[in-house]
Design a binder for this molecule. Structure first.
Ligand code: FE2
Ligand code: FE2
Length: 336
């Protein structure tokens, strides 16, 4: 998972982006803008404007945090998966999300920020992660709906990032998107199976859809008119399609899938607009979105506490790996 919506301001005061500092910087900046306009990739050692670097560090690290925190609501169901097949699929999916986090932390590190700094920003609450993971997973149907809607929204957000201007981020996104597509399909397959089951199973699916539909729409971030970072991100080739356009694409793709599944989407204003050639949908409760972003969602505290606990529990592994590397270096020096 899980982007765009997570390119939102961090907590605390951010430094204002610096403009060109000298005539030379101005020349570099003109060359940089021209390269991005030509559709070329920017690579780690290339000159880049400080504000571009900062935007990428914020976006890639929020994305990485979202992958890692996103393991929690689903990991919660691994022991309760209803069959060995479903358990194996869910294990693989949660492991994929961990892998996505690792590629993305590595991509962020190429911008001159350390893994420890990034983790510290998450644990202190300064860095954000996608708000969708602050909702609880109440039944097995939630696992299917997360795959279908949450990973589905993530794919919509992330496919344009495969063409983003920063090379390491774009390359990481290619593999991530392939895996997300598997995540989406396993969720939909799980739901199709449940919908062929008992009345109770069908009710669980409908209930999960009712709870996840609006938060999934919020994953695309604020309306274009209220999106703080969109202007620069578009100019720099980081963001290719606006939040509202992506949200519309998602709604248009999902409504027919809901019909095949046999569920209703919880929006009485959902209707086909012949003139626009798109589905119209009702207003989003942005107050709820900002409330969850501000840390007051149902699971914000649990999620952060679980991450901090996992970090502390893993301290001995990091220490052992460092000690091993040191011993190795020592042996290599003696051998040389
Ligand atoms: Fe992912
Ligand atoms: Fe995923």
């Amino acid at each position: 998972m899980y982007t765009q919506a997570i390119d939102i301001p961090q907590g605390g005061k951010e430094e204002a982006p610096r403009g060109p500092r000298s005539l030379q910087d101005g020349e570099y900046e003109a060359e940089f803008d021209a390269r991005v306009a030509r559709g070329e990739f920017v690579e780690p050692k290339d000159w880049m404007p400080e504000a571009y670097r900062k935007t990428l560090v914020r976006q890639i690290s929020q994305h990485a945090h979202s992958e890692i925190v996103g393991m929690l609501p689903e990991g919660n169901w691994i022991t309760r998966a209803p069959s060995l097949k479903r358990k194996a699929i869910l294990l693989a999916k949660v492991q994929d999300e961990g892998g996505h986090g690792m590629y993305l932390y590595a991509a962020a590190e190429t911008l001159g920020v350390s893994r420890d700094e990034l983790i510290e920003a998450l644990h202190s609450g300064k860095a954000k992660y996608s708000s969708i993971f602050n909702y609880p997973t109440l039944s097995w149907a939630d696992i299917g709906v997360i795959g279908w809607l949450v990973d589905g929204a993530a794919i919509m957000n992330q496919i344009p990032l495969c063409r983003c201007s920063y090379g390491p981020y774009a390359r990481a996104m290619i593999r991530i998107c392939k895996e997300e597509s598997f995540h989406q399909r396993q969720g939909y397959d799980l739901l199709l199976t449940m919908m062929k089951g008992t009345v109770e199973q069908r009710e669980l699916v409908q209930d999960a859809v009712n709870r996840w539909w609006w938060p999934a729409l919020m994953m695309f971030g604020p309306h274009d008119s209220a999106s703080t970072h969109s202007g620069d991100s578009s100019k720099w080739g980081i963001k290719r399609i606006s939040n509202d356009d992506l949200r519309q694409k998602f709604v248009d793709a999902t409504v027919p899938q809901a019909k095949v599944l046999g569920v209703t989407l919880p929006d009485p204003m959902l209707s086909w607009n012949e003139a626009r050639g798109h589905w119209d949908f009702g207003p989003i409760d942005w107050q709820e979105f900002w409330n969850v972003v501000a840390g007051h969602g149902q699971c914000n505290r649990d999620r952060l506490a679980d991450r901090v606990q996992a970090w502390e529990d893993g301290a001995w592994v990091r220490e052992a790996a460092l000690a091993h590397a040191q011993k190795q270096r020592h042996r290599d020096r003696l051998a040389a």
